[in-house]
Design a protein around this ligand. Sequence first.
Ligand code: RVP
Length: 498
Amino acid sequence: QADPFGFIGLTYDDVMLLPGHTDVIPSEADTSSRLTRRIEVSTPLLSAAMDTVTESRMAVAMARQGGLGILHRNLSIADQASQVDLVKRSESGMVTDPVTTTADATVAEVDALCGHFRVSGLPVVDQAGVLVGIITNRDMRFVSPFEKATTLVRDVMTKAPLITGRQGIDPDDAIAIFAQHKIEKLPIVDEQGRLTGLITVKDFDKSEKYPNATKDPAGRLRVGAAIGFFGDAWQRATSLLEAGVDVIVVDTANGDSAGVLDIIRRLKRDSAFEAVDIIGGNVATRSGAQALVDAGADAIKVGVGPGSICTTRVVAGVGVPQVTAVYEASLAAKPHGIPVIADGGLQYSGDIAKALVAGADTVMLGSLLAGCDESPGDLVFVNGKQYKNYRGMGSLGALQTRGEKTSYSKDRYFQSDVPSDDKLIAEGIEGQVPYRGPLASVAYQLAGGLRQSMFYTGARTIAELKEKGRFVRITAAGLKESHPHDVQMVVEAPNYRR
Ligand code: RVP
């Protein structure tokens, strides 16, 4: 490069999309997009793999809205795998591996399982897996709290013979059985009477309620989970796979590094992981994206330093303003048909379309989702207003969170070898974001904003938006003009906060 300063970095606030001729109305715009080489989502939104953003509740909510949650990895392998399990069991055409109990268990044990898996009853099986009964809320209702620990399932369950379905039953036939027998759970059994699945009426209700949900071929919600590259990362990947994860994200602050590229190559070579798509990141340059493409990544995650809680750009002086980073990465990924994820730095719904036009296929959100009901953590009251805690995975607090052996977040910042906490170099901060209510309404506003962008640019599909979208660079005065100005805001808008 002749001129060492010849390369300008632009971000969301530096650009606007040009309006263009349109014959699209917002409600007709199709927001579906490619998440990875093989997976499509109907809403191009991902929730960040952060311990104040995505655990199973958020992942379920994201998938129902047609996006995807990426479970964070600042917890033990067993805990993260059990979160995958919770998402995979949450809603499905048929549960192929239902949670069960035995006749000798106590009602208290059944209660605990039902609470953990958020279900209202369990099939009862014997040692050979043969269905011997079912126990639901109805059966347990008259067991007093004092007797739960001593009452056995066999004494209250509804005993076999039960109404059951055969394997491969048609969904319409299942619905007919629910209606005819006024039951809510239909155990599926094989010829020997062994339980092989469970269909619940609740799942049909949810399918109708969330028609755009991101689902696997078996009708279960999809979920992603983050891993690192150091220590027990391989074991983590294996446990996530066994729990049924759909997407593994090798999630680090610098994806263009030997350890990250190596684990991506190994995962892609191993036939055991054939069914799982592997996302690599993060990078912010064309060469970084190229390295991930060459390693075999099924999608490239872009973002070094744009995050609202991130201090990498000031602590290390390194990063690329996000719109330029996404554009550069897409130059390497696009020719290979590998989707790009724009991770971090989005403040408003309008930034989604900007990211897509710059070259992304989906976006990943932290601060915009951390205030939702479904994100981990309780509400915090400050001066009578409601907030939720939100912290960077490179903040001291997150770096110091310990699991069985090590701090899981440390390897995201390549500091696994740092001997004591007082020697850590933080790259993030801990803060709070305003409470925003249920994810469904936040996601509705975000996707709605994107549909408005598609209307203004005359794009019926995301592919058309990416093709037709044109940028204009703006100045500080232009940015000032873009926001509400010269008035005192008196009513809170559902999709705008200064
Ligand atoms: P934002 O949406 O702007 O809040 O950014 C979220 C993103 O920030 C995450 O998806 C992740 O890539 C990045 N991040 C998370 N922790 C930190 C940090 O501590 N520096 N950065």
